[in-house]
Design a protein around this ligand. Structure first.
Ligand SMILES: [Mg+2]
Length: 258
């Protein structure tokens, strides 16, 4: 029997808004605009370094080990240095150009618009996203996502990030809902799944890289210690009976669940 939810909490980056594709394009445009792309060599290689570097910096920022400015400006100078093409002092200009370019990229994750069209009117939907106010708002606005969501919770404006319980508590209070009426959908095990799990909110872990390992309609009920492909679930995670975890590899599978 389907469990009835009234509220859906969506993560933004790489759950609805195609962060990987959009940031690839945005950074390329930045390098072109500043006329430095000719110095950096193979762009795809540079981007893959940026991708992993950015993830590490976000972890440090989440743990309050670096400031917003160190994160924003430092990442570009670190990147060029790691690439063997250091350009001292360019971080600020790159950051400014990047913040302008990012929200202009509007590619959504495969199936996102179709699924949101289906869900709209049936559920109260909100976005809970880790990120900076101006950037996340711009992405939501420019990509046409805004009309689907009654609330948007951005970590910078709340002052805490997923997986911290405070951001979930803030969202729950703001919609005045009970935990068991909410479903959290996100692509990050660390922030979306574990964050919601701590609150007793059911979670959908959207993991598109598993596509191909399972048949189209397979929705996996998570159990402690499961692993598949290169993914393992039991990394410091406390499973309890208060909530359920399911994994999907295509957003359209949400329609089967809901
Ligand atoms: Mg995400």
């Amino acid at each position: 029997m389907k469990k009835k939810y009234s509220y859906l909490f969506f993560d933004l980056d790489n759950t609805l808004w195609d962060y990987d594709a959009n940031s690839y394009e945005a950074l390329k445009k930045v390098l072109e605009k500043l006329d430095i792309i000719k110095y950096v060599g193979n762009y795809s290689q540079l981007y893959s370094v940026y991708h992993s570097m950015n993830e590490q910096l976000w972890i440090q920022y989440r743990e309050n080990k670096i400031t917003k400015e160190e994160m924003r400006v430092g990442r570009f100078e670190m990147l060029l240095e790691a690439n063997g093409t250091p350009m001292k002092g360019i971080g600020e200009a790159m950051n400014e150009a990047y913040l302008k370019e990012m929200p202009l990229q509007s590619k959504l994750v495969d199936g996102a618009r179709e699924v949101l069209d289906y869900l709209q009117g049936k559920y109260c939907m909100a976005i809970i996203t880790n990120g900076f106010i101006e950037l996340q708002s711009g992405k939501i606005e420019e990509s046409g996502l805004k009309k689907y969501f009654e609330k948007v919770f951005i970590s910078e404006s709340i002052g805490t990030q997923k997986p911290d319980s405070l951001i979930f508590e803030h969202a729950i209070q703001s919609i005045n809902a009970s935990e068991d009426s909410i479903l959290m959908i996100g692509d990050s095990w660390e922030t979306d799944v574990k964050g919601a799990m701590k609150m007793g909110i059911d979670q959908i872990f959207y993991k598109p890289t598993l596509q191909g390992e399972f048949s189209e309609s397979k929705i996996i009920e998570f159990q402690p210690g499961m692993s598949f492909g290169s993914f393992e679930t039991n990394t410091g995670c406390h499973f309890d009976k208060k909530s359920s975890t399911r994994i999907i590899f295509h957003l359209k599978q949400l329609i089967e669940i809901l």
